[in-house]
Design a protein around this ligand. Structure first.
Ligand SMILES: *[C@@H]1O[C@H](CO)[C@@H](O)[C@H](O)[C@H]1NC(C)=O
Ligand SMILES: *[C@@H]1O[C@H](CO)[C@@H](O)[C@H](O)[C@H]1NC(C)=O
Ligand SMILES: *[C@@H]1O[C@H](CO)[C@@H](O)[C@H](O)[C@H]1NC(C)=O
Length: 616
C-alpha cells in the first residue's frame, strides 16, 4: 500500500501541482490513517469518501466535485471498489470529465481490456484531464495512460495514449522512463488538431432566402465582391475558414436569417445556446444576459450603428452673408458708428478753427473718419497739434477694430463647419427630420426590442407611426448614403462599417466634415463567443489568438470593415462666391441709382436757380 500512497501524492503534488485532493477509496481504517499522515506532511488538503459501502451519498459527492471554487480539484479513485462503476456512471451523466477536475484512476489488476471497456463509451472531452494507472505486477512499477475524446457527440473516438512509467519505493517515487512523447508539450497542444472531425457551425445569411441550396450559400459566403451585402456574415465566415484550416477539421452548416430574436433564443445565438452548434460563424456582442451562458474568447471587430445626416440649415452650404456682421454684436456696431460720426464732427470743427482757405464740409470730414476706419488713410489732415492728436486716436482705434474684425472673419472661414444642434437620439426622435434605415437584422431587432426610452420613441415616431411606405423607410446603405448627401437634414441609420465605404465613394471632402453622427447604440466590439461549457473554447481561443498575432485576421478585417472617415481640414474650402456676395452688389447698384437720382435733382435745381437769375 505504501507504494501506492507515495505514487498518489507524487502524481498530485509533483506531476499535476494540485494540493486539493478528493480520495474515493475502499481502504481499511488504519491504512487510511497512514495515508492521511503522509498527505499532511506533503501539505495536501484531502477529503475522503468511502466508496466500498452501499449507501453512497450522491448529492454530497456532486457538491464536492462541482461546487468548489478551486481552479482544479484532484480526484483519486480506486477502480476496484464496490461503487466505482456507479461513480463512473455519475461522472458520465453529470459531465464531470471537464477541465476543472483532474482524475487519477487506479487499477490494481493490470487489465488494459478493462480500461477500454470502461471508457470506450464514456462522455470524455477534448479538454478532459484523466490519467489511468495500471500497476505492473512484475516490478511494481506504475504505468500511466492519458485518456480523452475529441468529440464524442460528433463521432470522435476514445484516444488512449501511454505516457510514462513511474517506479516507487517506500520512501519516494521516481520517473523510470517516458513511454511516448506526451511529456514534451502541454496536454492541449497534443490534441490541437481536430483531423477527421466535423464541427457543427451556425451561420447567418440575410440577402439570400434560406431555402437556397447549400452549395450556392457557401459560394456566396466565400465570395468577395460587393462588400456591402451581408458584410459581417461573409467577413466572419471567411475568417472561420482559416480557423478550419488551423484546426484541420471540417464543418457542417446550419443557416439562419438572424442573430437572435430576443437576445438569447432563436437564430444563430439560439443554436449555440441549445448546443445545436459548436461554433458560430458570426461574432456577436457580449451582453449581461448572455454573460451567464457564454464566454468571450477573442475580440472580433468593432461594431457601431450610427444615425448620420447633414446640417438641416446648410441648404445654401458655404458662407452666409450675415457672417460678415457676426464678429461684433449690434451694440458694438452702433457705438463704432457713433464714434466715427463724433470724430467726423470734431474734425469738421478743427478744420473750421484752423481758418483754412478751403474748409471741408461736415460730410467730407465724416468721410475722412470713415476712410480712417477702413484703413484708407486721409488725404487731408489737420495742421494743429490738437487736431493731429485726435486724428492719431481715431486711426489707432480703427486699426485695432479692423484687425480684430478680420481675424474673426478669417477664423470663422477656416474653422470647423458648424454641426447641427441635434446631439442625442431623443432630440432626433422629437425632431421633424426624415429617417431612413438599413434593413439589417441587428438594426431592425434592436430598434424593436430595445428598452431604452430614446430608442423606443425613435422607433415609434419614425417607423411605426410613420406615414411613409415601408420601402421608403428601409433603404440599402448605398441609396441611404446618397440621399443623405442630396438632402441635407435627411437622417440615415446604418452600421458604420458599411456606410463609410459609400461615404468615401460618393462624398466630397467638405461634405464628410459636415456629416453629423449620433450613435444608435453604444459603440462596442463583437467577440467570438462559445458556451461556457464548450470543450473547444480553449483550443479555439488559442487558434484565434494566433490569427490575430500573425495579422491574418486584420488583413481580412481591413478588406471588409471601414472604421474611420477622414475629414481633411485643409481640404475644407469655404466658397465665398458671387452667390453670397450678391446682396453687396445689389446694395452698390441701389446706391448708384440713388446717386443718379440725386445728381438729376441737383441738375434740375441748378437749372431752376439759373433760370430764376436770368429772369431777374
Ligand atoms: C491520440 O492522441 C495522441 C496525442 O495525445 C496522438 O499523437 C495520436 O495520434 C492520437 N491517436 C489517434 C488514433 O487519434
Ligand atoms: C424558396 O421559398 C420561396 C417562398 O418562401 C419560393 O418562392 C422560392 O421558389 C423557394 N426557392 C427555392 C429554390 O426553393
Ligand atoms: C467537408 O465536408 C464536406 C461535406 O460534408 C465535403 O464535401 C468535403 O470534402 C469535406 N472536406 C474535407 C477537407 O474533408
Amino acid at each position: 500500500m505504501l507504494l501506492l500512497y507515495n505514487f498518489i501524492l507524487y502524481n498530485f503534488l509533483i506531476m499535476s501541482k494540485l494540493n486539493n485532493i478528493l480520495i474515493l477509496h475502499c481502504w481499511p481504517e488504519e491504512s487510511l490513517l497512514r495515508f492521511a499522515y503522509l498527505a499532511n506532511t506533503g501539505n495536501a488538503y484531502t477529503n475522503y469518501m468511502n466508496i466500498g459501502t452501499e449507501n453512497l451519498n450522491r448529492n454530497k459527492l456532486l457538491e464536492i466535485m462541482i461546487k468548489h471554487n478551486l481552479i482544479k480539484l484532484g480526484i483519486f479513485m480506486d477502480i476496484n471498489c464496490n461503487q466505482s462503476d456507479y461513480i463512473l456512471e455519475v461522472a458520465n451523466s453529470e459531465q464531470l470529465y471537464g477541465p476543472r477536475l483532474h482524475w487519477l484512476i487506479y487499477d490494481n489488476g493490470f487489465s488494459f481490456q478493462r480500461m477500454i471497456k470502461l471508457f470506450s463509451q464514456a462522455q470524455l472531452y477534448l479538454n478532459t484531464d484523466l490519467t489511468y494507472v495500471l500497476r505492473n505486477p512484475m516490478n511494481n512499477h506504475f504505468i500511466l495512460y492519458d485518456l480523452y475524446n475529441k468529440g464524442k457527440h460528433i463521432g470522435g473516438q476514445l484516444n488512449i495514449t501511454i505516457d510514462r512509467e513511474i517506479a516507487c519505493t517506500e520512501i519516494q517515487c521516481n520517473l523510470h522512463r517516458y513511454l511516448s512523447s506526451l511529456y514534451d508539450r502541454d496536454r492541449l497542444q497534443h490534441r490541437r488538431f481536430l483531423t477527421n472531425l466535423t464541427l457543427r457551425m451556425t451561420a447567418v445569411v440575410n440577402t439570400k432566402p434560406l431555402n437556397t441550396s447549400i452549395e450556392e450559400l457557401l459560394e456566396f459566403l466565400e465570395s468577395q465582391n460587393q462588400i456591402n451585402i451581408d458584410t459581417y456574415a461573409r467577413f466572419s465566415f471567411q475568417s472561420r475558414k482559416i480557423l478550419m484550416d488551423i484546426l484541420g477539421c471540417n464543418f457542417t452548416y446550419i443557416f439562419r436569417d438572424r442573430w437572435t430574436s430576443d437576445d438569447l433564443s432563436g437564430g444563430l445565438i439560439g443554436d449555440l445556446w441549445d448546443s445545436k452548434a459548436d461554433i458560430a460563424a458570426a461574432p456577436f456582442i457580449y451582453s449581461p444576459s448572455r454573460a451567464r451562458y457564454f464566454q468571450a474568447l477573442t475580440q472580433f471587430c468593432s461594431f457601431r450603428a450610427v444615425c448620420m445626416f447633414r446640417n438641416p440649415q446648410s441648404a445654401t452650404a458655404g458662407f452666409k452673408f450675415s457672417e460678415f456682421l457676426d464678429p461684433f454684436c449690434w451694440s458694438v456696431w452702433l457705438v463704432f458708428v457713433g464714434v466715427l460720426l463724433l470724430a467726423g464732427i470734431l474734425l469738421w470743427l478743427t478744420f473750421r478753427l484752423e481758418q483754412r482757405e478751403w474748409k471741408p464740409s461736415l460730410l467730407t470730414s465724416c468721410l475722412l473718419s470713415l476712410g480712417a476706419a477702413c484703413i484708407q488713410g486721409a488725404w487731408l489732415t489737420p495742421n494743429s497739434t490738437g487736431g493731429r492728436m485726435a486724428f492719431y486716436a481715431l486711426m489707432l482705434t480703427s486699426f485695432l477694430m479692423y484687425n480684430y474684425y478680420t481675424s474673426v472673419v478669417v477664423s470663422t472661414l477656416l474653422g470647423q463647419p458648424a454641426k447641427s444642434n441635434i446631439k442625442s437620439l431623443q432630440q432626433l426622435a422629437d425632431s421633424n427630420l426624415d429617417v431612413g434605415l438599413e434593413p439589417a437584422p441587428y438594426i431592425k431587432i434592436y430598434l424593436e426590442t430595445s428598452d431604452q426610452p430614446a430608442v423606443h420613441s425613435l422607433y415609434l415616431n419614425k417607423i411605426k407611426n410613420s406615414k411613409k411606405s415601408h420601402d421608403r423607410i428601409w433603404l440599402t446603405a448605398e441609396e441611404g448614403v446618397k440621399l443623405v448627401r442630396k438632402n441635407p437634414g435627411y437622417v440615415f441609420i446604418a452600421e458604420a462599417a458599411l456606410s463609410y465605404e459609400f461615404i468615401r465613394k460618393y462624398y466630397l471632402p467638405h461634405e464628410i466634415c459636415e456629416l453629423n453622427e449620433i450613435l444608435l447604440r453604444e459603440e462596442t466590439v463583437t467577440h467570438t463567443l462559445v458556451l461556457k461549457s464548450s470543450q473547444y473554447a480553449e483550443l479555439i481561443k488559442l487558434s484565434e489568438l494566433r490569427m490575430l498575432e500573425t495579422g491574418i485576421h486584420f488583413k481580412i478585417e481591413r478588406y471588409w470593415v471601414r472604421t474611420t472617415l477622414h475629414c481633411y481640414q485643409n481640404n475644407l474650402t469655404v466658397v465665398v462666391g458671387l452667390a453670397n456676395a450678391g446682396p453687396l452688389f445689389i446694395m452698390l447698384f441701389c446706391s448708384y441709382v440713388v446717386c443718379f437720382c440725386i445728381l438729376c435733382m441737383e441738375i434740375i435745381w441748378h437749372r431752376r436757380q439759373r433760370l430764376r437769375q436770368g429772369n431777374r
